[in-house]
Design a protein around this ligand. Structure first.
Ligand code: BGC
Length: 251
């Protein structure tokens, strides 16, 4: 049986996609990127996805996994971070299946990154509770217990010091406020300590684009829990989404 699926990662600024070998987690095509259309409405995004998929050689008939910055319950997007509010309460699976004329499975972007790490990366064989955090525009979180995803954890929105702490500790806050690594690490320290106090995890995995600079901030954190960088960085969403689609494909 073919172990191929298309993985697509929709973000507030870019949409990336590739064909994935879902058995070993390798990309079987180039990674193609388009800018997210202004407004990020379902219709506009579907148009971009069609343009992207025709550029993938051999994409015909393959199931599509799409990861998205929102809570996704049974294929329905329940929130919308940095994209149109039209996605709230929207049946995204059915909509994309009609638009793309093939089987589609949508999931949260951090959950896709978590799947990528459990199946093909830093959390392979991890026992107990592993928490992946993506530090980007927002903070995405994925909970994995003995390699199994507990979907839709929204722990980026923990309230600390009276604010939604994503606004303080995401990588976008570092950039916006021009924080040094040390200043940013103080906020990360608060954030990860709180997660640690609430959940007593066995492993933290730090994902998102900034994880390639892990040496600048992970050593500054003092935690009881081991904390390591993700192995799949730019492709994590694509790999996890494709794996999710293949796993739920009807064939
Ligand atoms: C959203 C999450 C998402 C994360 C990363 C947060 O603002 O609430 O659903 O996973 O951003 O994109």
């Amino acid at each position: 049986m073919s172990k191929k699926a298309i993985g697509i990662d929709i973000g507030g600024t870019g949409i990336k996609g590739a064909i994935v070998d879902t058995k070993n987690g390798t990309l079987l095509s180039e990674r193609i990127r388009f800018a997210t259309p202004d407004g990020g409405t379902p219709k506009a995004i579907a148009k971009t996805l069609k343009e992207l998929i025709v550029q993938l050689p051999g994409a015909q008939g393959l199931p599509v996994g799409i990861c998205f910055p929102a809570v996704v319950k049974s294929g329905r997007t329940m929130s919308a971070a940095n994209v149109s509010k039209e996605w709230i309460g929207f049946d995204a699976d059915t909509f994309f299946e009609k638009e793309l004329q093939r089987e589609v499975h949508v999931l949260n972007d951090a959950d896709a990154a978590g799947i990528a790490e459990v199946k093909f990366g830093a959390a392979r064989d991890a026992k107990g509770l592993a928490i992946l955090t993506t530090l980007g525009t927002g903070i995405g979180t994925a909970l994995m217990f003995n390699g199994k995803l507990i979907p839709n954890a929204e722990l980026g929105h923990l309230e600390i010091d009276g604010v939604d702490y994503e606004s303080k500790a995401a990588f976008s806050a570092k950039e916006r406020e021009e924080l040094s690594w040390e200043q940013w690490a103080k906020r990360l320290q608060k954030y990860f300590s709180r997660l640690e106090a609430l959940l007593t995890p066995d492993l933290f995995i730090v994902g998102g684009g900034v994880s390639k600079e892990h040496e600048s901030f992970i050593p500054l954190l003092k935690l009881k829990t081991p904390i390591i960088p993700a192995q799949n960085r730019n492709s994590a969403g694509i790999l996890g989404a494709a794996h999710f689609a293949k796993k739920h494909a009807s064939d």
